[in-house]
Design a protein around this ligand. Structure first.
Ligand SMILES: NC(=O)C1=CN([C@@H]2O[C@H](COP(=O)(O)OP(=O)(O)OC[C@H]3O[C@@H](n4cnc5c(N)ncnc54)[C@H](OP(=O)(O)O)[C@@H]3O)[C@@H](O)[C@H]2O)C=CC1
Ligand SMILES: O=C(O)C1=N[C@H](C(=O)O)C[C@H](O)C1
Length: 250
């Protein structure tokens, strides 16, 4: 069977360099291009890439995806900083290229995907919920894509269960002290040398709290998700948001 022809964009970065090694080591894949900043996107078409793994920066991802989708190259995207407006633009490119697939995964690690799933499950049982994410000091965006998605999922689950939007009781405070408001769920972002990627989802109600914590300790934790995404996206046209759609979570 022929190997899947995979390119990595952002190949010299923290996660991109790990992805290059993972694709090279995968028996069913061939690494056909490894692009860094300043490299021509046409390299992807010249190399015959079927899938581009996009791991760059919120300022770069849209241009890269417009090129890939426009040339029928499927995308596996880890880069964060997604907004409704950005998703709408991506969907318009996909509408014009209906056989092309793009997976955007706020987090490729199985533990983080499970954290989000558990948080969604717990949300309706607790009066209050907050998210704390902790990352390395090189991170450009805050809150993290994972924390933003987690908070959205909690808010969706609360609304579906008929719970009211959380009201902030604070009447006196410094700006930012209560974190970012993501659909009514406060999200707090810590940036600390020595960390990689960590998240705590805190739930509270009368007389009890529940904390769900996940720690990414090495970039290798993201690789099985990236490889799974590359294998699945070629048969999944359109936009898939979240690796959970490629996992049988029951
Ligand atoms: N979904 C997930 O599971 C994960 C997502 N991420 C996300 O992936 C992204 C990258 O993270 P990280 O590796 O830590 O960041 P790094 O800064 O370490 O790496 C990004 C790399 O992309 C390069 N780059 C920037 N623009 C372009 C471009 N147009 N073409 C090619 N290369 C480009 C950068 O070059 P230069 O250094 O010159 O700027 C850098 O080498 C972030 O958005 C992060 O949040 C990270 C880990 C897991
Ligand atoms: O920048 C990172 O490092 C990470 N980014 C992703 C995010 O914003 O959620 C995933 C993970 O947290 C690592």
């Amino acid at each position: 069977m022929s190997k899947l022809r995979v390119a990595v964009i952002g190949a010299h970065g923290r996660i991109g360099s790990e992805a290059v090694r993972a694709v090279e080591a995968a028996e069913d894949m061939e690494l056909v291009a490894a692009l860094g900043r300043g490299d021509e996107l046409e390299t992807l078409t010249r190399a015959g890439a079927q899938v581009a793994v996009e791991l760059t920066h919120p300022d770069s991802v849209m241009e890269n995806l417009e090129f890939c989708v426009g040339h029928g190259i499927h995308g596996v995207v880890g880069t964060t900083g997604w907004t409704e407006d950005r998703l709408a633009r991506l969907n318009s490119w996909l509408d014009a290229s209906p056989s092309t697939g793009v997976l955007i995964a706020p987090n490729f690690s199985i533990g983080a995907v499970l954290t989000m799933s558990f948080a969604r499950q717990a949300a309706r049982f607790f009066e209050s919920a907050e998210v704390v994410e902790l990352h390395h000091r090189g991170k450009a965006d805050a809150p993290s894509g994972t924390a933003t998605r987690t908070a959205q999922m909690i808010a969706e689950a609360r609304e579906a269960a008929g719970l009211p939007r959380q009201e902030d009781p604070t009447t006196h405070g410094l700006p930012g002290a209560r974190g970012a408001d993501v659909d009514g769920v406060p999200v707090h972002a810590v940036r600390l040398r020595g960390l990689l990627a960590h998240q705590e989802v805190l739930f509270g109600d009368t007389g009890e709290t529940l904390t769900i914590r996940h720690d990414s300790l090495h970039h290798s934790c993201f690789m099985p998700g990236i490889l799974l995404g590359a294998r699945r996206v070629v048969d999944t046209p359109g936009l898939t948001f979240g690796l959970e759609h490629f996992l049988d979570l029951g």
